[in-house]
Write a protein that binds this ligand. Structure first.
Ligand code: NAD
Ligand code: TDX
Length: 339
């Protein structure tokens, strides 16, 4: 029988990004006894507005780099857990310029692990299903915790490397860690470089959405808040040294998702452009999350994808000021790539 871990002071790295900030909101809303220190470098993907509405006595923002060991030494004492979200997270960027991915995703994780070792605090590592590579479109299999690592992109190879560091530091130094590998997240506050927000904001701007390759690639979608509740359950109830896959049975092809967006926004389902494919484009991701459900009793709450997509579209329509600044530069970058 596992005794639940009851953290009071946690550090959330990358807490101004899309998923990290959702987790901060989740903790503030559901666990009034917990104080959160967000450590975020505020790269192009980090926006302090994402957590600005939260009470200052519950959430403190420290602007800094996870690669800065001196800062970690200052920050960590007095905290009882780190939940590590900070990363360079976009596959297309990793293909154009892999180095920032090596630095933040690999060196950053190394720096954190060394500090965790020094101060002996609980560590949860947020990773991705992409470490397992891809599945064929007609393969009935899904990823499990036993699937061998086979990353395809510079991004996923750095995430896989970071997972390996966590496993090695856990076994060698006895750190108290867990790892989660989650499928594709969607919802408000996602950067406009990513598939769903890019298409929604293109339509708002009167541009045609852009579909890579054949459009048949499959992603397994989960609403961000369900990812956050799963990470909380793993942090507090997960078995030390274990990996848990997080997914909500949300497989859909890209063309299916795009047509749902077009219809929900009152446009013709064929009103989009086919563009150059992503090099090495993973075909299909699919998660079997039965270990997490069985062991920790976790269940996703937002499984109606059409409803989640409508909420997400509404948010982008109503929060143009949040994304407007990033849109032009993002599209220029895509245009240079023929995408
Ligand atoms: P994001 O790009 O929206 O946010 C990343 C955050 O990390 C930003 O706030 C950024 O400023 C911060 N950051 C980057 N480098 C940093 C550094 N060196 N030091 C401190 N902060 C730094 O990413 P996201 O989509 O929210 O993803 C968060 C995590 O979840 C990542 O680890 C990612 O691999 C993982 N993940 C994402 C998905 C997805 O669908 N987006 C799915 C599974 C797992
Ligand atoms: O304009 C586009 N057109 C298009 O067809 C974009 C931006 C993407 N795509 C395709 C590529 C993918 O098959 O849509 C799919 C989703 O693309 P992304 O949003 O870039 O996500 P993906 O590459 O699947 O990776 C995401 O999920 C796993 C996150 O970005 C990662 O951080 C996470 O680890």
């Amino acid at each position: 029988m596992c005794i639940p871990f009851e953290p009071k002071n946690i550090i959330v790295t990358g807490g101004c990004g899309f998923i990290g900030s959702n987790f901060v909101h989740y903790v503030v809303n559901n666990h009034p006894e917990v104080h959160v220190t967000v450590l975020d470098k505020l790269t192009y993907a980090g926006n302090p507005e994402n957590i600005a509405s939260l009470p200052k006595d519950r959430v403190e923002l420290v602007v800094g780099d996870i690669c800065d060991s001196a800062l970690l030494d200052e920050l960590i004492p007095g905290h009882d857990a780190i939940v590590h979200y900070a990363a360079e997270s976009h596959n297309d960027n990793s293909i154009n310029d892999p180095f920032p991915f090596l630095r933040t995703n690999v060196e950053g994780t190394y720096r954190l692990l060394e500090s965790v070792r020094k101060y002996n605090i609980r560590y949860h590592h947020v990773s991705t299903d992409e470490v397992y590579g891809d599945l064929a479109l007609d393969d009935p299999a899904r990823f499990t915790e036993q699937t061998p690592y086979r990353p395809s992109s510079p991004y996923s190879s750095t995430k896989a490397s970071s997972d390996m560091l966590v496993r090695a530091w856990t076994r060698t130094y006895g750190l108290r860690t867990t790892i989660s590998n989650c499928s594709n997240n969607y919802g408000p506050y996602q950067h406009v470089e990513k598939f769903i927000p890019r298409q929604i904001t293109n339509i708002i701007d009167g541009r045609r959405p852009k579909l890579y390759g054949s459009g048949e690639n499959v992603r397994d979608w989960i609403y961000t808040e369900d990812h956050s509740s799963a990470v909380w359950d793993i942090l507090t109830k997960g078995r030390i040294g274990e990996t848990y896959l997080i997914g909500a049975d949300g497989e859909k092809s890209n063309i299916e998702v795009l047509r749902m967006i077009l219809r929900a926004m009152g446009r013709d389902a064929d009103d989009f452009d086919w563009v150059a494919d992503r090099p090495g484009h993973d075909r299909r991701y699919a998660i079997d999350s039965s270990k997490l459900r069985r062991e920790l009793g976790w269940k996703p709450q937002h499984t109606d994808f059409a409803a989640g997509l409508k909420r997400t579209i509404k948010w982008y329509v109503e929060n143009e000021s949040w994304w407007r600044q990033a849109k032009a530069a993002t599209e220029e970058k895509y245009q240079r790539n023929g995408q």
